[in-house]
Each structure stands twice: as C-alpha cells, then as structure tokens.
Unconditional design. Structure first.
Length: 138
C-alpha cells in the first residue's frame, strides 16, 4: 500500500485523477468528459492504490514514444502526458481523457482512466476497462 503525500515516506502517491471515458471516434457523438480529483485517504484511495501497486505485474505493457523522422522527440500524446506530469491538474488530466475519447471506437466500450502520480520519478498512467458485458451500449 502506498503512503499518502502527507506521510512523507516511501514513494507516495501525490495525485490521483479518474475519468469515465466513452468512445468518440468514428462519427460518434463526443460526450463531455468529466473527471474527479481523488482524495489521498479513505476507501477509494486504498482501492486505487492497491490497483496501482499490482499493475506492474498484472498490466506489464510499456509504451515507447519514438522520435520523428527528423530525430526530434515529439509526439502529440506524449506532449499531453508530459504536460500533465508538469502540472498535475484536473484540467491537464482532462486533455488526456479527451484524447482517449477521440481515439477510441465503439469496440472498446466505456473506459476508466486513472492517472496516478507519485514522487521521485515514479509516475503511472493506468487505463482500465470493465468487461464488455458491462460496457456501455454501442
């Protein structure tokens, strides 16, 4: 279990943002994306921190952003991610959720985007999707 930022030991989670993201690609109506700032204590924090702690083993999928043809390290999605990491606000998190909405088609259904940021370079962005049988209608 991760300590909270206030405890000041270990690698504490400093920020958690969550969003329910519906698909918006392929002519679908682009519904407003709403998210929330999760308090760093309580049952919701404990649940999300536990999911994050297990995610390195259960969801071991790494993403690499390749340089462009001219050798520059530029990628629009990477720019949104680094923008979030430098500010860690609900507004910068929402930009990532909107990007996910705009690039997700109906095959994936409803997604739960969790953005968890910690100290000392341990930063995680986790995307979880419920089973298809509980997804939103297509």
């Amino acid at each position: 279990m991760w300590p909270t930022a206030q405890q000041g030991n270990g690698l504490p989670i400093q920020q958690i943002h969550t969003f329910l993201v519906r698909p918006g690609k392929g002519g679908r109506e682009k519904l407003e994306v709403n998210g929330t700032d999760v308090p760093l204590s309580g049952s919701m924090f404990n649940l999300l921190a536990g999911i994050y702690d297990r995610s390195d083993e259960e969801c071991n999928i790494h993403i690499n952003f390749r340089p462009s043809a001219d050798g520059k390290q530029q990628n629009d999605c990477r720019d949104l991610l680094t923008g979030y990491l430098s500010g860690r606000t609900l507004d910068t998190a929402k930009l990532l959720a909107e990007r996910l909405r705009d690039t997700t088609d109906g095959r994936s259904g409803l997604g739960l985007l969790l953005l968890l940021a910690g100290m000392e370079g341990r930063v995680g962005v986790r995307l979880f999707r419920p089973p298809l049988r509980s997804s939103a209608p297509r």
